[in-house]
Unconditional design. Structure first.
Length: 128
């Protein structure tokens, strides 16, 4: 059976680890990054099915930049953008949703499933 992989990007270690642990408990394979550059490195090494990213992080790139990068490749990655200080104004694409912090884990799980269920995976990916 194919195990979906989620990349969690947040510079707050407690938030990132709590979310990663909860997703792993739900059966997802989870990768973590603490900023956009780390996330790009992970994307270069791994195939992911979903991205959950905070907006504000250290460095010159933010979660909106990461969202645009992932969406621009035109693949099948579902994206959830979270923030305590921004709005959904910069959200792009049907595979993307915005959740204001603080969010409930149940909401993340529902949105993740909603986004990924609308994506048609190639047969080769399902056979992994």
């Amino acid at each position: 059976m194919y195990q979906r992989t989620v990349l969690v990007v947040d510079d707050e270690p407690l938030i990132r680890m709590t979310l990663a642990d909860s997703l792993a408990d739900e059966g997802y394979a989870v990768l973590e990054a603490s900023n956009v550059l780390e996330a790009v490195a992970v994307l270069g090494r791994h195939r992911i099915d979903a991205l959950i990213t905070d907006v504000d992080m250290p460095g010159t790139l933010n979660g909106f930049d990461l969202m645009r990068l992932v969406v621009s490749y035109g693949g099948t990655v579902a994206v959830i953008v979270t923030s305590g200080g921004h709005t959904a104004a910069e959200i792009e694409g049907e595979r993307v949703c915005f959740l204001a912090k603080p969010y409930r884990m149940e909401t993340i799980l529902v949105e993740l499933e909603n986004r990924m269920s609308s994506i048609r995976y190639p047969a080769a990916a399902l056979a992994r």
